[in-house]
Design a binder for this molecule. Sequence first.
Ligand code: GLN
Length: 271
Amino acid sequence: MWRGWRDVLGRLGFASAALDAKLLTGHALGLSTLELATRENEPVDEVAAGRVAELLQRRMSGESVARIIAEREFYGLAFRLNEATLEPRPDTELLVDLALGFLPAGGRVLDLGTGSGCIPIAILANQPAATAVAVDLSARALEAAQENAALHGMSERIALQQGDWFEPLSSERFDLIVSNPPYITSAIVETLEPEVKDFDPRLALDGGPDGLAPYVIICAESVRFLKPAGWLLVEIGFDQGAAVSALMLQAGFEEVTVHRDLNGLDRVVAA
Ligand code: GLN
């Protein structure tokens, strides 16, 4: 039931043709990968075959499997996605690793531009007493974050706030501020692969003419929202380490360090 689609995708040059065909067929038919394997030779009725074909057509138009099934794994947890959330990337797991090292037991976390909520949920899943506030400009993204918080039993531990960066917050101070803001230069967004350019939300990608606009706000304002020994951790593009470090030093932060991801690229700045 999926092999024919594997061959079609393979001929079109999809590197993960077999996996994509299996996942999408399983999703359309409501079957797990195991069920798919054991029922492989059973006939599929026309309506079900139509559902499979529809999902495969979307894949062929360049949409990712995660977008089509509206779910992606991050830090070993499943996250629901919608059109307003960036697809969580494995690169961002470094931000969670570092956050877990900096957060004191029972600490309070602020995540700016939370999207699906994957960053604070992954942190809290590994720090049982911690709590978080997660902010996003998009009400629709917050719907996904709320669904994910509930899915992982964290509705009581994460407060979701709609607004522009720090705007919805009170005078509370946090132990840790984290963010994976939009940081791609506006002109470069247009040149990204279709899977990103056409399907990830622009609001989560476009960091303005120099890609640094969100960091200017985040670095300057974070000081007022952190406890004296608090930490700020932001994801960056591979070539933004020096510029973002400078913004942090300018804002009065100390101990600014740049951390590399598994590909050896600068990915997170901590201060
Ligand atoms: N890392 C993402 C990408 O390169 C960008 C995410 C972002 O701008 N925060 O597709």
